[in-house]
Design a protein around this ligand. Structure first.
Ligand code: NZQ
Ligand code: ZN
Length: 393
């Protein structure tokens, strides 16, 4: 195991009706003038925004609002949010929504105290020194942004999707009421489940040895997702299954399952080019990319893949040929994704094979290589897109 520091300062408030505590939590964390930031309408329709407003009013906290965050959140709304916050002297941002709303909130939070262009943080031109505090009321178990220090934004001009990471934007609090996720369509539930599983796999496939505790934590989260996802798809109002998935989503991405080990994250980078170009759901893109990435890299460490196959997917170990077991595990992963309604190839995602050179070009690796479990060249990434394009069950 490698040395590590684990910093997760977020106060998680979990359970039924916890959104009614939004006002008191904002106050507790120093907010007096709030921007409520939300998405395309689901939070209004469900009555959640109404309850959040009431909670803020009860706590004596004033607020303004900015809705309209789209999935794969755009820089244009971030600029609008920054201007609003400056104009009205906002001192706290409350996100009501999913990863897109939270990431847009984090970008606004970084932009308000910064004299330059907030995009500087997303293209590695500047390192953030300050940010407004952010709190969240989560409505979808997926991105894990409610507990992460990351934010991913898409620049409308040129369609670049890029992320930034700093502890400054870790939410001060996150309200997790599983009931709020019951209104999710099955497809969005499955996209979220795929993203949660991907966040664990990005950490599971590592070159670091002797990481038994994090291996086992990863396996626990994955086994939970395999059990609970079909349950909520069959019965969207199953509170306990929704609750387990919601907590799994947070645990998967605070990094508690990834400390002390080298991590990969190439599938995420490769996927982000798909959601940038086609505006598809991040989880759906991962369903197409991650098994393809696995098929491309498994020979690097067949025993680790065979371990995943036996412990997570229940495969029988072929001691004479662990590669067979490794491949069987990947096959079961793809079948599972298909069974929950996820696309498994380019055609099902709405992507085009002829766009592969453009996707690789935008990835921007040039003659270099990525880091991670297996370092990838532009040629390798091209091959992963090709495998993904043609994948079958
Ligand atoms: O906009 P509304 O109307 O709210 O609809 C949303 C949206 O259409 C809907 N939705 C959310 N909660 C709902 C609901 N519909 C009904 N009932 C509810 N309770 O779901 C759709 C998707 O929402 P979105 O916020 O986009 O989903 P998700 O949480 O998957 O976030 C995806 C974004 O997060 C980024 C992704 O790249 C993508 O841009 N990521 C952020 C990370 C981070 N900050 O740590 C890490 C991830 O790996 C990921 O890259
Ligand atoms: Zn993700």
């Amino acid at each position: 195991m490698e040395n590590f520091q684990f910093y997760s300062p977020t106060e998680f408030v979990f359970g039924r009706d916890t959104e009614d505590k939004a006002g008191e939590l904002v106050k507790k964390h120093g907010g007096s003038k709030v921007l409520i930031h939300y998405g395309g309408g689901s939070a209004e329709r469900s009555g959640l925004l109404g309850r959040v407003r009431t909670s803020l009013e009860k706590a004596g906290v004033s607020f303004i609002e900015l809705g309209g965050v789209k999935p794969n959140p755009r820089d244009t709304l971030v600029y609008e949010g920054i201007e609003l916050c400056r104009r009205d002297g906002i001192d706290f941002i409350l996100s009501v929504g999913g990863g897109s709303v939270i990431d847009s909130s984090k970008a606004i939070a970084l932009g308000v105290p910064y004299s330059g262009d907030f995009w500087d943080f997303y293209c590695d031109k500047a390192v953030a020194k300050a940010a407004l505090p952010v709190g969240t009321v989560l409505t979808i178990a997926a991105a894990g942004s409610e507990g992460s220090g990351d934010s991913v934004i898409t620049k409308e001009d040129g369609g670049l999707k890029r992320g930034t990471g700093t502890d400054l934007i870790r939410p001060r609090f996150s309200i997790l009421d599983p009931q709020l996720t019951c209104t999710l369509p099955a497809y969005q539930t499955a996209c979220g489940a795929t993203d949660i599983m991907a966040h664990v796999f990005e950490r599971y496939f590592t070159n670091t040895t002797e990481v038994e505790v994090t291996d086992r934590l990863c396996e626990a989260v994955l086994l939970t997702m395999i059990k609970e996802t079909p349950r909520v798809i069959a019965d969207p109002n199953n509170y306990d299954a929704r609750a387990n998935i919601m907590w799994a989503g947070t645990v998967a991405h605070t990094n508690i399952v990834g400390v002390g080990r080298e991590q990969d994250w190439n599938s995420h980078g490769i996927e982000h080019e798909l959601s940038a170009l086609y505006d598809c759901a991040h989880g759906a893109g991962l369903a197409v990319i991650m098994p393809a990435w696995m098929e491309f890299v498994y020979r690097h460490d067949p025993l680790r893949f065979a371990q995943a196959a036996t412990r997570i997917w229940g495969c029988q170990m072929d001691f004479g040929n662990p590669e067979v077991t490794a491949l069987e595990g990947i096959k079961r992963f793809r079948s599972f994704l298909h069974s929950i309604g996820m696309p498994i190839n380019f055609a099902e995602l709405g992507a085009r094979e002829e766009d592969i050179p453009a996707l690789v070009d935008k990835f921007g690796i040039g003659d270099g290589k990525t880091g991670g479990f297996v370092h990838l060249s532009a040629e390798d990434i091209t091959e992963i897109y090709r495998i993904a394009a043609k994948a079958e069950l």
